[in-house]
Design a protein around this ligand. Structure first.
Ligand SMILES: Cc1cc2nc3c(=O)[nH]c(=O)nc-3n(C[C@H](O)[C@H](O)[C@H](O)COP(=O)(O)OP(=O)(O)OC[C@H]3O[C@@H](n4cnc5c(N)ncnc54)[C@H](O)[C@@H]3O)c2cc1C
Length: 572
């Protein structure tokens, strides 16, 4: 059971206080316990799991021991050095690579089994040292093992479930979105399993299968429960207490009441990033963005851990970058004045489509990873002033076959079934490119020229402008029935459609500067004794890059493992 409120005033008896219950925070707490310490976790929200719970749950871990593909420490280091834009610290990369496989084995011992998806390539697949098999995903867990805590685990948005109801694992998600072999059978089995679960159905409409991020967080919470590690919900870090130059405790608020937790062995900050703070976004990010474009849970991650650290002299790094992921704003069906951000992380890659800026010109290889896509939006916006937002333009063939955010392929969800408020706000449709351009308010001649040029490339299979479909990553998501290049086809069958793309994100990439043991560094260059930061509360060890699927949770969990080990004096 989640722990009830501690008595007002002073709380003693714990060695370490972990702030934040995402994957990083919970893993750190469990590891601390297993190394003989007494941790407690405080969580600002009434739900545990943070962004980690609504994520894909992927961990990018080189040399993980689970992949069929060969890998080596040197290749992984070569790759990370090649793709890290901006500064990276080799000692941190080495620490990450040294502890990754051990952390994965530890997760398995806790009951969180990871599997490698054969052939799943690194995101910058043509960089030296790139390979596949480094992305790991959690296997499914039965939510009933969590008891009452099942209902306190943050749920994924409806858009990530089939018809907003049926939970998908990674394989099912690919199978359905690609209409792979037996996709109808997959859909039927999912629905049958859900409805035949009669006892559970009587209790709740929420599917009890925990997959992806919910499997990762559900498994970690179960490990906490097995060890009686307290989790205090609705309890927000507000400040760090120091004694004789070392961090010795945490000030917090529970339902508006101040409380102090002693933490004689240290504090681990795992309060996520600052992506939900409009002020910190405006202060640090290189272009103007809106927090509503972020795909992360509303309001929670506003940089509390970052500012508390800065207040006691901590240094920061990589604050000018997010884990970019294009998003779309969908008018909410239940809240008339609200737009909900929906993910565009995969849809811009489908054939029979292209992406253009506000001038009607292409600016990117549409098959690249979501972080590279976001970085291309920023670069183009800086050059043209006309990219944020940009557009996905597609034709009737795309509409028939592929999903686009909440709009499922037309054979499942025909145009007439779409909510009327979506037309003209989120999705636009026209019989000709010229009239589509008018609705998008982009120059019609330029858009028509861009379509024509793109259609020429579709015939030859060679994208002379941006090299779409050239590398292994592009082609991994290509369509076998489209050729000569599986990543794109002509945009020539009316009606034509356009969807507005915003510069969304999966969280912020910058945070408190840490060393190889996850100790927070002070502005004078020394480690702050007793203070650790992990996950998006700390700066990315990779500089401004996203090396592969799981590139944020990989380091978040590895450095959480390292931090716990260092506090316990076992190395780390
Ligand atoms: C749709 C989606 C899919 C994604 N898929 C992947 C993926 O497959 N692989 C991957 O690597 N990354 C993925 N990401 C990104 C990844 O989820 C995040 O980068 C990661 O979860 C961050 O983990 P964290 O532990 O640092 O923060 P979080 O998981 O956000 O946890 C932080 C916790 O701290 C709490 N908190 C905030 N302030 C306070 C406070 N003052 N006091 C106490 N608690 C506080 C928050 O409520 C939250 O519960 C995805 C993101 C999204 C949105």
């Amino acid at each position: 059971m989640t722990d009830t409120l501690p008595p007002n005033g002073e709380v003693r008896g714990y060695d370490v206080i972990v702030c934040g219950s995402g994957a990083a925070g919970m893993l750190a707490a469990v590891r601390l316990h297993d190394l003989g310490l007494r941790p407690a976790v405080i969580e600002k929200s009434s739900r545990f799991g943070g962004t980690s719970a609504i994520s894909g749950g992927g961990l990018w871990i080189p040399c993980n021991g689970l992949a069929q593909e060969g890998d080596s420490h040197d290749d992984a280091l070569t790759y990370l050095k090649a793709v890290s834009k901006g500064s990276y610290r080799e000692d941190k990369l080495e620490a990450y690579l040294d502890s990754g496989a051990e952390m994965v084995r530890y997760l398995a011992a806790l009951g969180v089994q990871m599997i490698s998806v054969p052939g799943f390539p690194d995101y910058i697949a043509d960089a030296p040292g790139a390979t596949s098999g480094r992305s790991l995903f959690p296997t499914e867990i039965d939510g009933k093992h969590l008891g009452e805590e099942f209902f306190r685990l943050r749920d994924s948005p409806e858009g990530y479930k089939l018809f907003g109801r049926y939970v998908l694992n990674l394989e099912q998600s690919f199978n359905l979105s690609e209409r792979g072999k037996g996709w109808q059978w997959t859909a039927f089995k999912l629905m049958a399993k859900y409805w035949l679960d009669i006892g559970w159905r009587r209790m709740t409409a929420t599917d009890r299968r925990l997959t992806m991020g919910r499997a990762l967080c559900g498994g970690l919470r179960k490990a906490m429960m097995d060890r009686d590690i307290p989790l205090y919900l609705n309890c927000a870090l507000t400040g760090l207490a120091t004694t004789s130059g070392r961090v010795s405790g945490v000030d917090a608020q529970i339902f508006g009441k101040a409380i102090h937790f002693d933490a004689p062995a240290g504090v681990i900050l795992a309060t996520g990033g600052f992506e939900q703070s409009q002020k910190l976004r405006d202060d640090h990010l290189p272009v103007t963005t809106r927090r509503g474009w972020s795909l992360t849970p509303a309001e929670m991650n506003v940089g509390d851990g970052l500012t508390c650290g800065e207040d006691i002299g901590a240094d920061t790094e990589t604050l000018d970058a997010n884990w970019w992921a294009p998003s779309m704003q969908i008018p909410s069906r239940t809240e008339p004045n609200l737009d909900i951000a929906a993910s565009m992380t995969f849809d811009h890659r489908h054939p029979f489509s292209m992406c253009v800026n506000g001038l009607g010109k292409r600016f990117v290889n549409e098959s690249c990873s979501y972080d590279e896509f976001g970085q291309a939006m920023i670069a183009d916006h800086k050059a043209t002033g006309a990219n944020i937002p940009c557009w996905l333009v597609f034709d009737a063939k795309f509409r028939q076959r592929y999903p686009c955010g909440p709009v499922l392929p037309a054979f499942v969800m025909p145009d007439r079934s779409l909510p009327p408020e979506w037309w003209g706000s989120y999705i636009f449709k026209a019989g000709t490119i010229a009239s589509l351009a008018e609705q998008m308010r982009v120059p019609g001649d330029t858009l028509a020229e861009t379509v024509e040029r793109m259609n020429g490339f579709a015939k030859t299979g060679v994208d002379e402008d941006f090299g779409r479909g050239r590398n292994r990553f592009d082609r991994f998501f290509g369509k076998a029935d489209v050729g000569p290049n599986p990543c794109f086809g002509p945009i020539d069958k009316p009606p034509f459609y356009a969807v507005r793309i915003d510069l969304g994100d999966l969280g912020s990439k910058g945070g408190l500067k840490i060393d190889r043991h996850a100790r927070v560094m002070a502005r004078d260059g020394n480690a702050i004794t007793g203070l650790y930061a992990v996950g998006n509360n700390s700066g990315s060890p990779f500089g401004n890059c996203y090396p592969g699927a799981g590139g944020t949770l990989g380091p978040a969990t590895v450095f959480a493992y390292i931090a716990a080990g260092h506090i316990a004096g076992t190395g780390g």
